[in-house]
Ligand binder design. Structure first.
Ligand SMILES: Cc1cc2nc3c(=O)[nH]c(=O)nc-3n(C[C@H](O)[C@H](O)[C@H](O)COP(=O)(O)OP(=O)(O)OC[C@H]3O[C@@H](n4cnc5c(N)ncnc54)[C@H](O)[C@@H]3O)c2cc1C
Length: 420
């Protein structure tokens, strides 16, 4: 059985950042991803753009999520992989993202294993000893001193027996699943004129029962290519994103909504008259599923009060943004644009397992708090800090929960990662 210093499960932005952060400090890292590319939700679910990650300073915007995320944006910009028309969010070319992340993994010596699903964990005395994997070779086993679960759904944590929460407290319902899609050959000049007419017509059609999607409006973003529009607008509610039957039902329902939406647009707006339904994401997007029970439960109050934790490892300024888990409407709490919140290391430490951290959208938090920190710039920041924490624990020969914050913050400073 092959043995590593660290195994990271999940090649989304949190997982890639965690793996690179540990490898650049000399650890032998294995990054396991069940699909055939990196980027996670950006690649699997076509999630775009990067939501806002800058605060308003006295002399302009100040970037919060620097470190690897900042470098990613800068590198894509240098390569011409960003549509500069959106001043608030970053519309990026997902092919550039996959390419850059693979290059960075190769350069920093991360061992990437694609097409490989982690299927079980062998635990003893509160530690993961090894994990079973399934891929083209069949079932295999690998082990490491430390593990980071960046699977989005806290899959490894659950396999290792970590307690978890699903969705919101009242009824365990999660934020809706969404299948994103692209429409090409849009007449962009006409779109500018007609854009304001789309939502009123959509609402009218919803009332008449012609539109079955429960989302309150049509959410459209520009794309890296000018004549393509990106739709983040299907909404499937009431299903469990950690249940295979439910996710299949969600995928079927969302695809119906895509065709319903495309017909609606094509038949009612000049700008879509000659448009082409280009593609949908390979997988339906899951905004929220399990969140682990960890050493600290991160809450909405921490976000709206801009709490600065002593053990903070990441920062964010994105608002509370809860897409209704049971129907129409989106609950938003906007934040002061000059302030930011921090995320504590303790929320990455799961109860009951000593040699694992959890990073990404499934850290220990409430449904409400998760709706804010779940965006890509912040989860990339959380992942990078988790990788740095494992490097720190390895150097100091301590357990993950005993990492000295001064030492960890010194590593974060060295790599330009903002944490407070
Ligand atoms: C519909 C939707 C719209 C969104 N809109 C935006 C937006 O506009 N802007 C923004 O910044 N954020 C947005 N987000 C949020 C953001 O995209 C995600 O929260 C974030 O990307 C999650 O990152 P992650 O690394 O935690 O997980 P993911 O990116 O989901 O990565 C997890 C990876 O783990 C892999 N994996 C899972 N289980 C296993 C296993 N057992 N074995 C091996 N591999 C496994 C998966 O294949 C996946 O690649 C949106 C999310 C959704 C779903």
């Amino acid at each position: 059985m092959k043995n590593y210093d660290l195994i990271v499960v999940g090649g989304g932005l949190s997982g890639v950042a965690a793996a690179i952060a540990a490898a650049r400090d000399g650890l032998d890292v294995l990054l396991i991803e069940k699909n055939q590319h990196l980027g996670g939700a950006a690649s699997n679910n076509l999630i775009n753009p990067f939501m806002k990650y800058c605060i308003q300073g006295e002399s302009g915007l100040t970037r919060l999520n620097n470190g690897l995320f900042g470098k990613l944006v800068d590198t894509m910009r240098e390569m011409g992989g960003i549509n500069e028309s959106d001043k608030l969010n970053v519309i990026f070319n997902v092919e550039y993202l996959k390419f850059i992340l693979e290059n960075w993994c190769a350069e920093s010596g991360v061992n990437v294993m694609y097409g490989t699903a982690v299927i079980s964990a062998d635990c003893f005395n509160g530690e993961i000893k090894s994990i079973k994997i399934f891929n083209r070779d069949g079932v295999g086993e690998v082990s490491a001193k430390f593990y980071i679960d960046c699977s989005g759904d806290a899959n490894l944590a659950v396999m290792a027996g970590v307690p978890f929460m699903l969705g919101r407290k009242a009824d365990n319902l999660c934020q809706p699943m969404t299948l994103c899609f692209w429409i090409s050959n849009v007449d962009t000049e006409k779109f500018k004129e007609e854009r304001a007419l789309i939502n009123p017509k959509y609402k009218e059609f919803q009332k008449k029962g012609f539109i079955t999607n429960s989302r309150e409006n049509v959410l459209i973003f520009h794309h890296i290519a000018p004549e393509i529009l990106h739709f983040n607008t299907t909404r499937v509610v009431g299903l469990n994103p950690t249940n295979a039957e439910d996710v299949t039902k969600a995928q079927f329902a969302a695809r119906k909504q895509i065709f319903e939406m495309y017909e609606f647009l094509k038949n009612n707006f000049e700008c879509f008259k000659d448009s082409v339904l280009l593609m949908s994401a390979p997988e339906i997007g899951v905004r929220e599923s399990r969140k682990i029970v960890g050493e600290y439960l991160y809450t909405q109050d921490d976000i709206i009060n801009f709490t600065k934790f002593e053990d903070s490892v990441a920062c964010g300024c994105y608002e509370i943004d809860i897409h209704n888990p049971s129907g129409t409407g989106t609950h938003l709490i906007y934040l002061d644009r000059t302030k930011y919140y921090t995320i504590p290391y303790r929320s990455l430490i799961p109860k009951g397992v000593k040699n694992m951290l959890v990073a990404g959208r499934c850290i220990s938090s409430t449904h409400e708090a998760q709706s804010a920190y779940r965006i890509m710039p912040i989860i990339c920041n959380i992942g990078e800090s988790a990788g740095c924490a494992v490097a720190c624990a390895t150097k100091s020969r301590v357990e993950l929960r005993e990492v000295n914050m001064g030492d960890l913050h010194a590593i974060l400073d060295k790599y330009g990662v903002k944490y407070n």
